[in-house]
Design a protein around this ligand. Structure first.
Ligand code: NDP
Ligand code: 2IT
Length: 451
């Protein structure tokens, strides 16, 4: 296990050669190829027609300049990306990330993961991802708007409800989607609601989309715990991050009776033994846009803040860990600490938050481990439900939408669980997710000819 099969090694070598220096993309491809040895042993025809090679190569990569003017009247410039990875199952679909760390390798890793995630969701959507190295921190609403308008001024020509449908990711939430949609509408003179998801309810958004990723991960972990005859009730939970995914993970875990005792941002983490006060956290993060230390200050007794250079949120003992910030945020050392402290389950809300060493440690210790491409698929699945509502000019209730989300997450869980068993690795959700996602994409590609 955790080795790339000899038959697949030349494919990996070629990916490494062709995408030199793109460490995160290499990591994501290697992880999927490690799982495919068992597939090609059983079904060698998947090695034919350069099928796997084609799945590892984006259909199209767009890189562009984004000029914009700041509040002082100074001209600024960023780089924009959209990687349209695979459209065998539907229009390219996936978020846009605004963060200074963004580069083509990161967008490619995200687009690659998205392709399998979207296949697992069972919805008719292909995979794509985009974004910019723009840093939204400290920028005014007016600056954010001008940046989003400039971004869309190039992007619009590559999008469309049947072509490519972006949504949010790190640094892109409801405010940004509004500015992007407004500019798309001006440029195209079309009210094409289904071209973006994560919209506000006021102009074609879906109820429960904001909550969907965090809620979905919680449903997934609930199903995993169920395989061991237990659930969230009374469990201590640590969630990293304090953005969209983290906040709605905390909300759902609390509603299931779990106690979330720590969360974080890039400046550090808070430990709150009384359980995170979600109303306070939402006010600090969504309204005031403040740093994590403010939470401890406002909360007072029982809560304390630890700066990121003084420790890791994964030092906090817990039963369930739900990393919901960013890639490679949970190292092998963090995993060993969590295991030592008795962690029972890990559900990845973020994309690829655990390093390969951490994943291996969890699996070897028998910890229930849900990879992001399965556990966080509730966000994109609900985006597909938003597209469905837009296409039928309908708007569903919260309860109706959440019921669909819950059913989709149960189905993804069972698919990963059963696929792992079928391929002789019971309990290995990484293998189950990679194989089930791959087979859906590969089957569609085979039927569409050489594409
Ligand atoms: P947000 O921008 O809302 O929140 C991101 C959170 O992660 C913030 O608390 C941020 O802290 C922290 N963070 C981001 N980058 C870093 C970093 N380099 N180091 C430490 N902390 C960091 O993003 P989301 O909640 O939407 O996304 C979180 C993760 O979930 C990402 O991996 C994303 O790809 C994934 N995801 C998101 C989905 C969605 O629907 N939004 C769907 C599926 C996956 P700070 O504010 O200090 O930067
Ligand atoms: O990583 C992800 O799945 C997302 N950021 C959500 C993508 C979407 O199209 O809703």
């Amino acid at each position: 296990m955790n080795q790339v099969d000899d038959k697949l090694l030349p494919i990996l070598d070629e990916v490494l050669r062709r995408n030199a220096g793109e460490a995160e993309f290499h990591q994501a491809v290697r992880e999927v190829l490690e799982s495919l040895g068992r597939v090609v042993a059983k079904h060698p025809h998947y090695l034919d027609h350069a099928l796997i090679e084609r799945i590892c190569e984006p259909e199209r990569q767009i890189i562009f300049r984004i000029p914009w003017v700041d509040d002082q009247g100074q001209v600024r410039m960023n780089r924009g990306f959209r990687v349209q990875f695979n459209s065998a199952l539907g229009p390219y679909k996936g978020g846009m990330r605004f963060h200074p760390s963004v580069n083509v390798g990161i967008i490619k890793f995200l687009g690659f993961e998205q392709t399998f995630k979207n296949a697992l969701s069972g919805m008719p959507i292909g995979g794509g991802k985009g974004g910019s190295d723009f840093d939204p921190k400290g920028r005014s609403d007016a600056e954010i708007m001008r940046f989003c308008q400039s971004f869309m001024t190039e992007m619009f020509r590559h999008l469309g409800e049947y072509t490519d449908v972006p949504a949010g990711d790190i640094g892109v939430g409801g405010r940004e989607i509004g500015f992007l949609f407004g500019q798309y509408k001006r440029l195209t003179n079309r009210y094409e609601a289904g071209v973006l998801t994560g919209k506000a309810l006021a102009y074609g958004g879906s109820r429960a989309r904001t909550e969907a990723t965090g809620y979905g991960n919680t449903y997934f972990v609930q199903s995993m715990l169920g395989t061991r005859g237990t659930d969230f009730d009374g469990k201590k939970v640590v969630v990293s991050g304090s953005g969209n995914v983290a906040i709605y993970t905390i909300e759902k875990v609390q509603s299931f009776g779990g106690k979330v005792i720590a969360c974080s941002d890039s400046s550090g983490y808070v430990v709150d033994e009384n359980g995170i006060d979600l109303a306070l956290l939402k006010e600090i993060k969504n309204v005031r846009r403040e740093r994590m230390s403010h939470y401890a200050k406002r909360r007072g007794d029982g809560a304390h803040f630890i700066a990121s250079d003084k420790g890791s949120v994964w030092d906090v003992p817990c039963d369930v860990a739900m990393p919901s910030a960013t890639q490679n945020e949970l190292s092998g050392k963090d995993a060993r600490k969590l295991i030592e402290n008795g962690v029972m389950a890990v559900g990845e809300g973020a994309n690829m938050p655990s390093t390969p060493e951490a994943v291996r440690a969890f699996q070897e210790a028998g910890v229930l481990f849900a990879p992001g491409k399965a556990a966080n698929a509730g966000g994109v699945a609900t985006s597909a439900l938003e597209m469905q509502q837009n296409a039928s000019r309908d708007s569903w209730t919260f309860a109706q939408t959440e019921a669909r989300l819950a059913a989709i997450m149960r189905d993804i869980h069972d698919t990963c669980h059963d696929t792992a068993e079928e391929y002789g690795a019971p309990g290995n959700y990484v293998l189950g997710a990679n194989i089930a996602g791959f087979v859906r994409v590969a089957e569609a590609m085979r039927m569409l000819g050489v594409i």
